[in-house]
Design a binder for this molecule. Structure first.
Ligand SMILES: NC(=O)c1ccc[n+]([C@@H]2O[C@H](COP(=O)([O-])OP(=O)(O)OC[C@H]3O[C@@H](n4cnc5c(N)ncnc54)[C@H](OP(=O)(O)O)[C@@H]3O)[C@@H](O)[C@H]2O)c1
Length: 314
C-alpha cells in the first residue's frame, strides 16, 4: 500500500524503465477524434502525466497531436510523461511486431514509448482489417502463432531500445504465468479490467510478488449504470467523506496498490478524477467486503473488445 495520502503525484518504478509510471493514468479509448484531442489536453492540464493508447482505438494521431501541443504550451518535458500503446491482435506474428510498433510511434509523434503491451492474448488473421471475420461473422483467428512467439518480438523492441518496458493486457494467471516463466525480458505490467465488482485479487497478489505493475482499466466500471458508481456502499462512503463516487472508486484502486486508467471526457471530470486522496481505513475495508461480482468487458474471452463498437459491415 502507498504511504502518501495524496495519489496525484505518486509514481511506480517498472522493471527496466528509466522513468516511473504515474499511478493515475488517462485512457484514450474515445471514439470521436475531436473529443480525443480536447479530452487529452484537458487531462494534461488537470495534471495527468500517464496516457494509455492503442493502435485499435484508431486515434493515436489525435492523442499525439494533443500531447505535442499540450506539452509545448505547458512546457512539459517528454521524460515527465509516461506513454503506453498496444499491439493489436492482427499483428501478433513476430515479423509484424516492430512495423506495428513503429507505425504507432509515428502516429503518436514520439521517439520512444515507456510501455508497449500485447493488447490481448488472441492472435487474429494478419492484415489491415482489425476485425477479420468469416461469412458468418465469426472471428478469424491465427493459429500459427503463439503468445510466446509474439512475446519474443516484443523483447526485440526492448533490445533495440525502442521502448523501456513491455507487458500484457487482458490476461489471467493462465496466460501470464507461462510467459513470465519463459520470458527473457519479464513482463513489467499487466492491464486488466478491475473495480470492486472484479477485484482480481489473485492476479494482483501474483503481480505484487513478481514486481509486475497491475494496471486497472474500467475502475469506474466503464461508467456503466447501474454499476460500481451507483453501489450503495460507494455512495454512502462518498457522502460521508465529502468526495464523489468516482473519487472513492479511484482512491480504492490506488490504495490497494494498483495503477489505474480512467477516461474523463470533460475538463471538470478530469480535475475530479485527478484529485484523488487516500480513503479512511474503515471505508477501504468496507469496499473490500463488497460481494457483487461483475465483468463488464468480455474481451478476455474472445479478443474482441467490448467497449469498441464494431463498424457496420459493408
Ligand atoms: N486493455 C483493454 O482491453 C482495455 C479495455 C478497456 C479500456 N482500456 C483502457 O482503460 C481506459 C479506461 O477505461 P474506461 O474508459 O472503462 O474507464 P472508466 O473511467 O472506468 O470509465 C469511463 C466512463 O466513466 C464515466 N466517467 C468518467 N469520469 C466520471 C466521473 N467523474 N463521474 C461519473 N462518471 C464518470 C465516463 O462517462 P461519460 O462517457 O459520460 O464521460 C466514461 O464513459 C480506456 O480509456 C483505455 O485506455 C483498456
Amino acid at each position: 500500500m502507498f504511504e502518501s495520502s495524496d495519489f496525484r503525484n505518486k509514481r511506480i518504478s517498472l522493471k527496466h524503465g528509466v522513468g516511473q509510471m504515474p499511478i493515475l493514468g488517462f485512457g484514450t479509448l474515445i471514439s470521436d477524434a475531436a473529443a480525443t484531442i480536447s479530452a487529452t489536453k484537458d487531462a494534461l492540464e488537470a495534471g495527468f502525466r500517464h496516457f494509455d493508447c492503442a493502435e485499435r482505438y484508431r486515434n493515436e494521431s489525435e492523442v499525439g497531436e494533443a500531447l505535442q501541443e499540450g506539452m509545448a504550451t505547458d512546457r512539459i518535458a517528454r521524460e515527465d510523461v509516461f506513454v503506453t500503446t498496444k499491439l493489436w491482435n492482427t499483428n501478433h506474428r513476430p515479423e509484424r511486431v516492430e512495423p506495428a510498433f513503429d507505425a504507432s510511434l509515428g502516429r503518436l509523434k514520439l521517439n520512444y514509448l515507456d510501455l508497449y503491451l500485447i493488447h490481448t492474448p488472441f492472435a487474429f488473421q494478419p492484415g489491415d482489417d482489425q476485425d477479420p471475420r468469416d461469412q458468418n461473422g465469426n472471428v478469424l483467428y491465427d493459429r500459427s502463432v503463439t503468445l510466446l512467439d509474439t512475446w519474443r518480438g516484443m523483447e526485440s523492441l526492448v533490445d533495440h531500445g525502442k521502448c523501456h518496458d513491455i507487458g500484457l493486457s487482458d490476461v489471467g494467471l493462465n496466460e501470464l504465468m507461462p510467459i513470465y516463466e519463459s520470458a527473457r525480458i519479464k513482463p513489467a505490467a499487466v492491464q486488466v479490467e478491475s473495480h470492486p465488482y472484479l477485484p482480481e485479487t489473485e492476479l494482483l497478489e501474483f503481480c505484487k510478488e513478481k514486481g509486475i505493475v497491475f494496471l486497472a482499466f474500467a475502475p469506474l466500471g466503464h461508467g456503466v449504470r447501474p454499476g460500481p458508481l451507483d453501489d450503495p456502499i460507494i455512495s454512502a462512503i462518498a457522502t460521508r467523506i465529502g468526495k464523489t463516487p468516482a473519487q472513492v472508486l479511484l482512491a480504492w484502486a490506488a490504495q490497494r496498490g494498483t495503477a489505474l486508467l480512467t477516461t474523463p471526457r470533460t475538463a471538470e471530470r478530469a480535475r475530479e478524477n485527478f484529485n484523488i486522496a487516500i480513503l479512511p481505513e474503515d471505508a477501504f475495508s468496507e469496499i473490500n467486503r463488497i460481494q457483487t461480482r461483475q465483468r463488464l468487458n468480455e474481451v478476455v474471452k474472445t479478443g474482441v473488445p467490448g467497449f469498441i463498437p464494431r463498424p457496420p459491415s459493408t
